[in-house]
Design a protein around this ligand. Structure first.
Ligand SMILES: [Zn+2]
Length: 462
C-alpha cells in the first residue's frame, strides 16, 4: 500500500472531489468543494488563534513592483528563478515589471517603514490568507508542490530581539495547535541548516510530518529575520529616550494545500480517508435503511429526530436518502473519511435506538434516540486518530550506522546519522535525501569518512 501512495493520493483527490488537476496550467490545480471546505475549517481556526494573539488581518496586493522585490539582495536571489512577471497591460508594455507575490515580506515591509515612527507603533503583527505564486521547476504535485499555493502568512515588527524570539515561541504553539490539535498530524520541528534557510532570514524553523510513502513533508515554517529587512527597508522607530533603532522582525506561514495533503495521508487506511472530526466537512452521516415501504414512516420520523438533535449540537452532518444499497453508501462515506456513521434501520427503531459506527476503529455503539448524543464519540475519534498517528510517526525514526543502513531507512522515515561537516561528505547524503537539521551538540563519527562530527537528520522529502 505504502509503495503506491502517489497513486492512492491522486485517486482520493479525484474520487472525493478534493482537487482537480486538469486545469490547463501545470502546477495550478482547482480546489473543489470537499477540499476547500477542509481548508476553510483550518483557515478559520488558525486566523482565530492568530487574532487572539494580537495579529491584525490585512490584505496586500498580489502585484509587487520589481524595485521593491529586488531591494533585499539575498531575498531576490533566492526567488529570482521562480517569479512570475506581469509585463503588459493590454497591448502596452508596462514601464516597470510587476511580480506576482512569491511571498510578501518586501511589499509589506516597504509599507511598514511608513507605519512605524515611534515605539508606540510597535509591535506590528499582521497576517493574511492568500495565494502565492512560484514557478516551481521541480516536479509539481497537486496540493504538495504547486505554482500557485494557498497559505497564511504572518509578519511582524518588534522593538527588541527578545520580543521577536517570544513571538516565535507563541507562533510555534499556535502552529502546533493547528497541526496537532485540529488536524491530529504529528510533526517534528527542525532548525534548517544554514544553506537551506529562507532567503534573507537569520534562521528558519520547519515543521515536518511523514507521509505513508516514507517521505517527509514540510507543512509550515517560521523565520527569524533579525534586522536584515528592517535595515534594507529602513523600518525605524524612536525609543522612549528619543533614540532611533531598527525593528526586529519575524515571518511565518503554513501551507494549506500541504496541510490538506498531510491530513489525508497521515490518517489513511485501506478504505480511504479517516478525517479527524474537528476538521471533517461532514462529521456524521446518517444512513436510513428500509426494505419495505411499510417501514419508511417509522424510519423517517426517527431520522428527523436525529437531525434535530445533531443540529442542536452544531454537528456538520448529512442524511443519505440516495437509492443505492446501504453497502455502497457505507463504502462511499468511508472512503470520504466521515468520522461517524449512524445507521437507522427498522430493528433499531423498534428498540428506540440507532447504530453508530466509528470510521477510525469500525466499532459499533447503540445510541438511544431519546437524548441522542454524539459529542463524546467524536471527541474519542479525534483523540484516537491523534494517538495512532503519533505512534506511527515515532516508529519511523531510525539510526543509521552505515551507508547501507541509510539507504535502507531512507524512504521509510527520518534517519539520524553522523556527518563531519565537509561538503564532499554532505553530497553523499544529499544525493540520497535532504539534510533536515544539524545537531552540533551531539557528536558522532561521519557515516562517510569516519571523522568526528555532528548528528544530522536526513529524509527523502517532497
Ligand atoms: Zn565525512
Amino acid at each position: 500500500m505504502s509503495e503506491d501512495f502517489s497513486g492512492w493520493f491522486h485517486r482520493m483527490l479525484e474520487e472525493n472531489e478534493v482537487a482537480d488537476n486538469r486545469y490547463p496550467i501545470k502546477g495550478m490545480p482547482v480546489y473543489r468543494g470537499f477540499g476547500m471546505r477542509i481548508i476553510k475549517v483550518m483557515q478559520r481556526y488558525l486566523e482565530d488563534l492568530l487574532e487572539c494573539d494580537g495579529h491584525e488581518p490585512v490584505y496586500f496586493p498580489v502585484l509587487i513592483p520589481e524595485e521593491v522585490l529586488a531591494r533585499e539582495t539575498e531575498h531576490i536571489a533566492g526567488f529570482e528563478e521562480q517569479v512570475f512577471w506581469v509585463t503588459h497591460a493590454g497591448g502596452n508594455k508596462l514601464d516597470r515589471r510587476l511580480a506576482l507575490r512569491p511571498t510578501s515580506e518586501t511589499c509589506m515591509y516597504d509599507l511598514m517603514s511608513l507605519w512605524v515612527r515611534s515605539h508606540a507603533d510597535l509591535p506590528i503583527k499582521i497576517h493574511q490568507s492568500v495565494a502565492v505564486y512560484r514557478y516551481e521547476t521541480k516536479h509539481t504535485r497537486p496540493l504538495i508542490r504547486g505554482r500557485e499555493f494557498l497559505w497564511n502568512e504572518g509578519h511582524t515588527a518588534f522593538e527588541s530581539r527578545e520580543d521577536a524570539l517570544e513571538n516565535i515561541e507563541e507562533v510555534k504553539k499556535i502552529y502546533l495547535k493547528l497541526i496537532s490539535d485540529l488536524l491530529c498530524v504529528p510533526v517534528d520541528v527542525n532548525l534548517r541548516p544554514e544553506w537551506d534557510k529562507f532567503p534573507g532570514a537569520e534562521y528558519t524553523l520547519a515543521f515536518e510530518t511523514l507521509l505513508p510513502g516514507g517521505r517527509s513533508l514540510q507543512v509550515a515554517t517560521i523565520h527569524n529575520l533579525g534586522q536584515h529587512f528592517s535595515k534594507v527597508f529602513n523600518i525605524e522607530f524612536e525609543d522612549a529616550c528619543g533614540v532611533k533603532n531598527l525593528v526586529w522582525q519575524t515571518s511565518y506561514g503554513p501551507g494549506f494545500g500541504r496541510l490538506l495533503a498531510a491530513v489525508m495521508g497521515v490518517h489513511k487506511d485501506d478504505k480511504g480517508l479517516r478525517l479527524p472530526p474537528e476538521v471533517a466537512p461532514t462529521q456524521v452521516v446518517v444512513v436510513p435503511i428500509f426494505f419495505k415501504d411499510s417501514d419508511k414512516e417509522k424510519i423517517c420520523s426517527a431520522v428527523s429526530a436525529i437531525e434535530q438533535s445533531l443540529r442542536s449540537q452544531n454537528i456538520r452532518f448529512k442524511v443519505d436518502w440516495g437509492e443505492d444499497r446501504p453497502g455502497s453508501k457505507y463504502y462511499r462515506w468511508e472512503q470520504r473519511g466521515v468520522p461517524l456513521r449512524i445507521e437507522v434501520g427498522p430493528r433499531d427503531v423498534e428498540k428506540n435506538q440507532a447504530l453508530a459506527v466509528r470510521r477510525d476503529t469500525g466499532e459499533k455503539t447503540a445510541l438511544p434516540l431519546d437524548n441522542f448524543e454524539v459529542g463524546d464519540l467524536l471527541d474519542d475519534i479525534q483523540d484516537n486518530l491523534r494517538v495512532q498517528a503519533r505512534q506511527s510517526f515515532e516508529s519511523r525514526f531510525f539510526e543509521a550506522e552505515s551507508i547501507k543502513d541509510l539507504d535502507e531507512y531512507l524512504g521509510e522515515g527520518i534517519v539520524f546519522a553522523g556527518w563531519c561537516g565537509q561538503d564532499s561528505c554532505a553530497k553523499i547524503f544529499e544525493t540520497r535525501g535532504t539534510i533536515l537539521s544539524l545537531d552540533k551538540d551531539n557528536r558522532r563519527g561521519c557515516l562517510v569518512c569516519g571523522t568526528d562530527g555532528m548528528v544530522i537528520k536526513v529524509a527523502k522529502t517532497y
